[in-house]
Ligand binder design. Structure first.
Ligand SMILES: Cc1ncc(COP(=O)(O)O)c(C=O)c1O
Length: 378
């Protein structure tokens, strides 16, 4: 088997689209004014920032004032949680055990600082949120803050954003969803979905790293996380990352030009990988519910137990395949994953997350499967 370079870790980050680089280069070269300066150098750069904001808002059916640029998903999650729990008279917080650490660690730390009780919604064995339990938690507690991710970055499970947001509205709860893995992969209509906060990170959809935003519903008022400047209408201090903002808007334009076709292409690859594993590797299974209500970009394979498990990712890497690991086992050589532990996945099965993008090809998927098969057969 001739060695190839195959990148299948797109849930970690994606390669930047050439069109995005083209959109950013003039900003880096020529638009050097500070967007807060009132002279022409500054005004032309301000125009770029506001054009990008309007374009992003239009895609999401939001208003431009609801988009606050941040350094990425982690900062946006931190801001939504930290600034709300302090300011919005929150008495109780709700999340799940399988959130990204940007949410989980922030919720735990802010709740403990402000003595706010934190509840975790039950999950079923496939990792789906138990909606009945969520409703019980909402009904039995005064004004809750709910943070539940739209799609899980390790196993791909989705929640129904409208269903959860309607429950939150019914019980007067504030609803934040980490939408980092779904923004620009699915369409959103924030004029209809009753969500308070949603987060975005450009590098998950072929944009640049270090830029994202927090969507803040116009009916909510929270303070800035960062202080020391009046940028972003006082909501985020610091000179704007202008080339990042322009790159983010361009990446979103490209994604939404053809979002349905991207989904079909990527989903076909995911299903092809599943079919091949199921027919060629006895005793394989999958974490989450990849044929169910799941992100089309992520496949978490629960491989058969083997004594060589600790060598698997290394072996893929040697063969040029970039994928991500994770195991529920905290003692073995594999890196432990709180998500796989949270769904009680079998710790003896090495887990590999393959994640795809619109640039991924069937040949690349076949090569990665062949590498895994060779590992098991040698
Ligand atoms: C679900 C989720 N939330 C938040 C983040 C953090 O985003 P960023 O890398 O932009 O800080 C990630 C990235 O790994 C993610 O997958």
């Amino acid at each position: 088997m001739a060695r190839k370079q195959v990148y299948l870790d797109n849930a970690a980050t994606t390669p930047i689209a050439p069109e995005v680089v083209d959109a950013m280069l003039p900003i880096l070269k020529d638009y050097y004014g500070n967007p807060s300066s009132s002279h022409a150098f500054g005004r032309s750069v301000r125009a770029q920032v506001e054009y990008a904001r309007r374009s992003i808002a239009k895609h999401l059916k939001a208003t431009p004032a609801e988009i606050v640029f941040t350094s990425g998903g982690t900062e946006a999650d931190n801001m939504a949680i930290r600034c709300s729990l302090k300011e919005l008279n929150i008495k109780h917080a709700i999340t799940t055990d399988i959130e990204h650490h940007a949410v989980l660690d922030t919720m735990e730390s802010v709740c403990s600082e402000h003595s706010i009780a934190l509840s975790k919604v039950r999950l079923d064995e496939k990792g789906y949120v138990d909606i009945v339990h969520l409703e019980e938690l909402l009904a039995n507690n005064e004004r809750s803050f709910v943070s539940i991710m739209h799609a899980n970055n390790e196993i791909g499970n989705l929640i129904d954003l409208d269903e959860v947001s309607e429950l939150c509205t019914k019980y007067n709860a504030v609803f934040h969803s980490d939408t980092v893995q779904t923004m620009a992969h699915y369409t959103f209509d924030f004029s209809k979905t009753k969500i308070d906060f949603a987060t975005c990170s450009a590098h998950k959809f072929h944009g640049p790293k270090g830029i994202g935003f927090l969507y803040i519903n116009k009916n909510l008022k929270i303070p800035s996380l960062l202080i020391g400047g009046g940028q972003e209408r006082g909501l985020r201090a610091g000179t704007e990352n202008v080339y990042g903002i322009v790159g983010l808007a361009k990446a979103m334009d490209l994604a939404y030009e053809d979002v349905a076709a991207h989904e079909v292409h990527v989903k076909t690859l995911k299903l092809h990988m599943m079919d091949r594993f199921e027919s060629e590797l006895p005793n394989v299974s999958f974490n989450g519910d990849p044929r169910g209500n799941a992100l089309y970009t992520v496949l978490n394979v629960a491989l058969p137990p083997t004594e060589k498990a600790g060598m698997l990712l290394f072996n893929l890497d040697i063969n040029g395949v970039g994928a991500s690991g994770g195991s529920a086992c905290s003692s073995g050589a594999a890196i432990s994953s709180h998500v796989l532990a949270g769904i009680q996945s079998d710790p003896m099965r090495p887990a590999v997350r393959f994640s795809f993008s619109r640039y991924t090809t069937k040949e690349e998927v076949d090569y990665a499967v062949d590498c895994v098969l060779e590992f098991y057969n040698s």
